[in-house]
Design a protein around this ligand. Structure first.
Ligand SMILES: Nc1ncnc2c1ncn2[C@@H]1O[C@H](COP(=O)(O)OP(=O)(O)OP(=O)(O)O)[C@@H](O)[C@H]1O
Ligand SMILES: [Mg+2]
Length: 281
């Protein structure tokens, strides 16, 4: 209660949640290579997207995905399925370090742009239950927003109160949770594709409803060859976006490799992308 007295207007009505997907800010395909992690980060793309965020002048919660920094090791150690054997904890610690590294590289760019970002790692502020967010310290987000700072969180591992002991707290799931919590006006998933493709001859779905769920074009090759994704890939993203839209947040999956689309979506425009509309009032 005290918090609401101290920070009455922490969250604006037009708040936006932006997820910079691992697919756009990292080279997901280079994941298996022995190159240093830094080589897999795409600073130029991140910088341009951050500029678009800054230029939009909107109140934003930013989420960075895991890309090649998280999915590969998480997959190798079977972190998605939870605890089986003791040595998985080594993988847990590594993944938590790697995704934080990526997050801090994005943070470095945001700092150069004077965006006042503050990193909030889920591994120390989220408690999961059977693979889903059970508790998230919303006060941290609210208080930073109230000070005019930009909370930046990221897809991470987290402790789980269920039998699995730990699980993955994905960036998409964080976007859903935070957007619902703060009644975000829009949620924007920035990716390396124009949107979600449907049909046998893949075509971009401009508007996505539950009817399209069964029509999503499956990834080519064995589950998108060479690209690990422990959080369920594009179908999981579509289901989550439908849930977001249903709870009142207009949602879009758009291409961050194309300049200006993120900025447009942040300013209320309707750039090319896959749109998930909220139900009519
Ligand atoms: N039908 C489809 N439509 C669009 N993209 C698809 C489809 N099938 C597979 N994909 C792949 O899904 C990818 C986007 O999902 P992915 O989870 O890899 O990205 P992300 O969420 O941005 O990354 P991260 O999970 O690391 O944050 C695209 O790069 C594309 O290759
Ligand atoms: Mg993903």
């Amino acid at each position: 209660l005290l918090e609401f007295i101290i920070y009455p207007k922490g969250v604006s009505k037009g708040m936006k949640v932006v997820k910079l997907g691992g697919s756009v800010i990292t080279n997901k395909k280079a994941a298996g290579s022995r190159k240093g992690v830094k080589a897999r980060f795409l600073p130029g793309v991140a910088r341009r997207l951050l500029k678009e965020i800054r230029d939009s002048k909107q109140q934003i919660i930013l989420i960075t995905g895991a890309g090649s920094f998280g999915h590969v090791l998480a997959d190798r150690h079977g972190l998605k399925e939870g605890y089986r054997e003791d040595r998985q904890w080594d993988g847990y610690c590594r993944v938590s370090r790697d995704v934080r590294r990526l997050n801090l590289m994005v943070l470095d760019e945001a700092l150069r742009l004077m965006m006042r970002p503050v990193s909030i790692p889920p591994s120390v502020s989220v408690l999961q239950a059977e693979g889903k967010i059970h508790y998230l310290d919303e006060g941290v987000f609210r208080r930073y927003l109230a000070q005019g700072l930009m909370p930046v969180t990221f897809g991470d591992v987290a402790l789980d109160m269920g039998a699995r002991r730990f699980s993955i707290c994905g960036g998409d799931a964080l976007a859903l949770h935070l957007a619902q919590l703060f009644r975000a006006e829009r949620a924007i998933f920035v990716s390396d594709i124009d949107g979600i493709k449907v049909g046998e001859r893949p075509a971009l779905a401009r508007e996505f409803t539950a009817a399209e769920l069964g029509r999503i074009t499956p990834p080519r090759g064995a589950a998108g060859k060479g690209v690990a994704d422990v959080t369920g890939g594009i179908a999981a993203k579509a289901r989550l976006a439908l849930e977001l839209a249903a709870s009142g947040t207009e949602t879009v999956v758009l291409n961050g490799r194309k300049g200006g689309r993120l900025l447009s979506a942040l300013k209320g425009g309707e750039p090319v992308g896959t749109w998930f509309r909220r139900p009519p009032a």
